[in-house]
Design a protein around this ligand. Sequence first.
Ligand SMILES: [Cu+2]
Length: 341
Amino acid sequence: MPNNLLLGKEQLFSRRQLLKLGICGAGVAGTAALWHTLNAQSKSIVKVPPLAIAATSQTTNPMQMLRNFDYGVVKQENGRTVREFQLTAGTSVIQLNSAVSYNVWDLNGRIPGPTLRAKQGERVRILFLNKAGHSHSLHFHGVHPAEMDGIRPVSNGSAAIYEFDAEPYGVHLYHCHIAPVTRHIAKGLYGMFIIDPPTPRPPADEMVLVMAGYDVNDDSHNEYYAFNGLPHHFMDNPIPIYQNQLIRLYVLNIIEYDPAVTFHLHANFFDVYRSGMTMTPSEKTDVITMGVAERHILEFAFRYPGKYMFHPHQDAIAENGCMGQFEVIADKSSQPPRKTS
Ligand SMILES: [Cu+2]
């Protein structure tokens, strides 16, 4: 078990260090490669409409982040699959609307941070480099030893390595855990961490929706809210999906300052897989309450073409940016999925 080793950035990202860590090697083999192949095959039978990604800042591009998963670099070490990720904290300015810009902390130049994805039982290694000006850290939800808990500050210009086994499967998250934690999270240092189950879930059009808030005047209240980083983006740019296609939403509520929000889907009901930690749904509903850091898998298919909204049912939160819509495209050849009929 390596320590939570603090390294200078030159050391961490020098070729020698990368070689030592094995990043430069190829080494993708065995079950991990097979898992990728099977994933690719199952995705090929999922109907995903062509996506027009609107030009926004690199830091906040909700549509691009929607179906974007970071599988890291896979290799074999001592007979085990190790999945390595690199996360760099930085600073940037985002444009919340035509009049309001906001200074944020980002991870790999984006808010939310990358959606990291591993398979249960793999070894996960995260190389964290802090270039964001203040001390930060990465705390992962899941099961791991105390020294990997990510509460130790990583000073500006320094790096740390977090390493642990990916368990249990589910929809988890990671975030900075440096005080005041509320502020460090609200300024952008968070992302989703998906651990896939040993037996893959059925093929679906998979998407990530992260609900977050922005306190732009430092009064400990949010003035703006967003899905995937940018207020109102999915209202102005509806998410295209196909009629009768199974949709799998990975939804995270990381809205600080508000104790809880709901997630509501118009004209439909969804199956709930609480924390993504079951293979069978626990309930079917059209509105679910989510406390801070709660996250679930929600599955549904739309029977009828058209535009359908989704948003927290606290309307003030929705009206201040946490609101979007699906555009269901007619597909006469499709049949309703068995589970939503
Ligand atoms: Cu921080």
